[in-house]
Design a protein around this ligand. Structure first.
Ligand code: SF4
Length: 340
């Protein structure tokens, strides 16, 4: 068997067992392999020193262990965030971010290289769409960053480059590997979508155990269409209905993300309209003052941000404000893009 372009990280438990069996080895070798890869974060086949040489050679000639190549990183380990640039097997670029908060260490992974969704405020959109990442390429971001992390990784967010729901199958498989093989709790894995309505229904019907975040960013279609063209096919009314369906099926709160853009969606009138829109859904609202990328959008002045928050003080849902950690190194929300 020569799958040299195939990554071992793409394989499910069952597929690993089949490979081990096809190489004439006993089933416990699968457990040893998973231990080396997902617990010890080993980088090379030859470092798996309790495996027979014959098996190591066959694996080495048949599979890539790590499909990603690290190109560079920015930020230091004592910074609140570090960003990593990788090259995929098809020679496209992606970025991932490691973030430290009080008692939580989070990895933000990319699900695609570039993105086709074209949100007007997002740096990734400028790259256009390059490719869907394989499950192994998504998981490999986790493995690389875990090795670099100064503390145990507790959370994963699919908020890097790309729209996870346009790569649904590979994202689900990667999340399952992180959950089942690496032991990241399902509620500590968040999939964030720009609002692909059909896939929110699918996530609910498939009973995926992960948290859902929806990047809403406007209280009505008129504003949303200007900044998120996918609204034309995914209007807010349908988006809200899908979020209600998700809650009714899974009894899990949805998080709505709202990037505050100066003079676009930051008025008090927008805040009141937003409160009205979300008042009947069990949800949380996460406000994100915009991280500027040198384009036409700006972060609102502090006074406007405060007024917006104040207008939501009677909201029947929790409102939080996320000041992105990695803005100094262009690793804040919406800032991921490969400049070259
Ligand atoms: S915000 Fe997300 S969905 Fe929108 S263009 Fe950027 S990466 Fe794509």
């Amino acid at each position: 068997m020569n799958n040299n372009n195939k990554s071992f990280l793409d394989l499910s438990k069952k597929e690993i067992s089949e490979v081990v069996e096809s190489f004439g080895e006993l089933p416990y070798r699968s457990v040893q392999l998973e231990d080396w890869i997902y617990k010890k974060y080993v980088e090379r086949w030859r470092d798996m020193n309790n495996l027979p040489q014959k098996l190591v050679s066959r694996l080495d000639s048949s599979f890539k262990l790590h499909p990603l190549t690290e190109i560079s990183s920015s930020g230091q380990s004592n910074d609140p965030a570090q960003k990593f640039l990788f090259q995929t097997s098809k020679k496209n670029k992606i970025e991932s971010v490691l973030m430290y908060q009080k008692n939580r260490t989070t990895i933000c992974v990319s699900s695609q290289s570039g993105c086709a969704v074209d949100c007007k405020f997002c740096a990734t959109a400028f790259m256009g769409f390059k490719e869907n990442l394989s499950p192994g390429e998504i998981v490999d971001q986790f493995l690389h960053l875990s090795k670099k992390s100064k503390s145990r990784v507790t959370n994963v967010v699919f908020m890097g480059m790309g729209e996870p729901f346009l790569n649904y199958k590979n994202v689900s498989k990667a999340a399952e590997i992180m959950n089942k093989k690496i032991n990241i709790g399902a509620r500590r894995i968040t999939i964030s979508t720009a609002g692909i309505v059909s896939k929110i229904y699918k996530m609910a019907d498939d009973k995926l155990p992960y948290k859902l975040a929806i990047s809403l960013n406007a209280p009505n279609d008129e504003i949303r269409k200007k900044i998120m063209p996918l609204t034309i096919n995914n209007p807010i009314k349908e988006l809200i209905k899908s979020a209600e369906y998700y809650y009714s099926k899974l009894k899990r709160f949805v998080t709505f993300e709202y990037v505050l853009l100066e003079n676009i969606n930051d008025s008090e009138a927008c805040a009141f309209e937003l409160m009205d829109l979300l008042k009947d859904i069990p949800c949380k609202l996460n406000l994100i003052p915009y991280n500027e990328i040198g384009g036409k959008f700006s972060r609102p002045k502090s006074k406007s941000i405060d007024a917006f928050i104040n207008a939501l003080k009677n909201a029947p849902f929790t409102v939080t404000v996320r000041w992105s950690k990695g803005t100094r190194i262009d690793a804040g929300c919406g800032q991921l893009a490969v400049k070259n």
